[in-house]
Design a protein around this ligand. Structure first.
Ligand SMILES: Cc1ncc(COP(=O)(O)O)c(C=O)c1O
Length: 339
């Protein structure tokens, strides 16, 4: 099977498994796990933040960020299709009790748009508390925030006294694609979430980084939500390995995505939004075969892709698919679209 459903489908490499097997561990809920402590310090340093906490998933990191920044009834400004709003089982409402206001189009917004989305300070309105950006933005097709636009939005949010969170599930893809370091991209934000289990190829784990005092409070919410893990060094070792060995190679995933897009652009009945990182979106015209049958026939031919919306497919490149697999995937889809 060529599995392009997501960059979360990777399996740990032999070297990563060896690092996990040899990890020194302790009880992390007591703060005793040296490998977790090292990972948290390394990620904090890499993001230019005071502290970081290891949590089980990107969802946990994003939800804990809402809990540390907001109170029930608060409003959070996000872009269209934000994972924190659309992809976390309604956790924002259920756990932190927040509501969302969507700004801009396609996941991106400007300083003027964020200013326009802030509610008046009047008891009729929810209190706008937080602006949350996603970089890279998943549902837009892995697009990267231009740094001046991101800084402009952050400056406006700050001028209005708002807190800032960055959903950096794929922040290292943004780093590699833009040439700006993760710390530069993260600089204007109070808190930043990053995932080890997406393009970086680790099996489990995300971190929330930020000021020491906020991260201390985040540890309490992690425990409350059942995310306090014991000998988590086994997991942290995979993350530490990934940060050393699997960041620079994201450039290969990006190049493979470009190749896939180049081949698919020639296929009938499709248009493709620009590819900037490891996500390729394929929009199907009304004349294309029905999505259900397309996905079923692709599976029979050994290709797995995701349906996003009624006529859009998503293909994601990662550590476990090489150039040849991507070319094969394009040729399978091409054939199916022709028939
Ligand atoms: C942008 C973004 N944020 C957060 C998450 C949540 O990560 P997890 O699946 O580890 O909960 C995802 C997952 O795909 C994502 O794409």
């Amino acid at each position: 099977m060529i599995d392009l459903r997501s960059d979360t489908v990777t399996r740990p490499t032999a070297a990563m498994r060896e690092a996990m097997a040899n990890a020194e561990v302790g009880d992390d809920v007591f703060g005793d796990d040296p490998t977790v402590n090292a990972l948290e310090a390394e990620v904090a340093a890499r993001l230019g933040k005071e502290a970081a906490v290891l949590v089980p998933s990107g969802t946990a990191a994003n939800q804990i960020a809402l809990l540390v920044h907001c109170r029930p009834g608060d409003d959070v400004i996000v872009g269209e299709g934000a994972h924190q709003m659309c992809g976390e089982s309604g956790g924002g409402g259920a756990l932190a009790g927040v509501q969302f206001t969507v700004s801009g189009r396609g996941g991106f917004f400007t300083a003027a748009e964020v200013a326009a989305a802030i509610h008046p300070r009047d008891p009729h309105y929810p209190s706008t508390r937080l602006v949350s950006l996603e970089n890279t933005h998943n549902r837009s097709g892995g697009h990267v925030w231009p740094l001046p636009q991101l800084y402009g939005v952050a400056e406006t949010a700050r001028a209005h006294g708002l807190a800032l969170h960055l959903d950096g599930a794929r922040l290292f893809n943004a780093e590699i694609a833009s040439g700006h370091s993760a710390a530069e991209i993260a600089a204007p934000f109070d808190t930043v979430s990053v995932c080890l289990s997406k393009g970086l190829g680790a099996p489990i784990g995300s971190l929330l980084a930020g000021p020491r005092e906020l991260i201390q409070r985040a540890r309490r919410y992690r425990k409350m939500l059942g995310g306090g893990m014991r000998q988590a060094g086994i997991v942290a070792a995979a993350g530490r390995y990934a940060l050393v060995h699997h960041v620079a190679r994201l450039a290969e995933d990006h190049a493979n995505a470009q190749r896939l897009a180049q081949l698919l652009a020639e296929a009938p009945h499709v248009t493709l939004p620009t590819v900037e990182t490891n996500i390729v979106m394929v929009d199907l015209a009304a004349s294309a075969p029905a999505v259900d049958s397309l996905l079923g026939r692709a599976r029979e031919r050994g290709l797995l892709v995701t349906q996003m919306g009624s006529r859009r497919l998503r293909l994601v490149t990662h550590l476990d698919v090489d150039r040849a697999a991507c070319e094969r995937a394009a040729s399978i889809l091409f054939d199916l679209l022709r028939t």
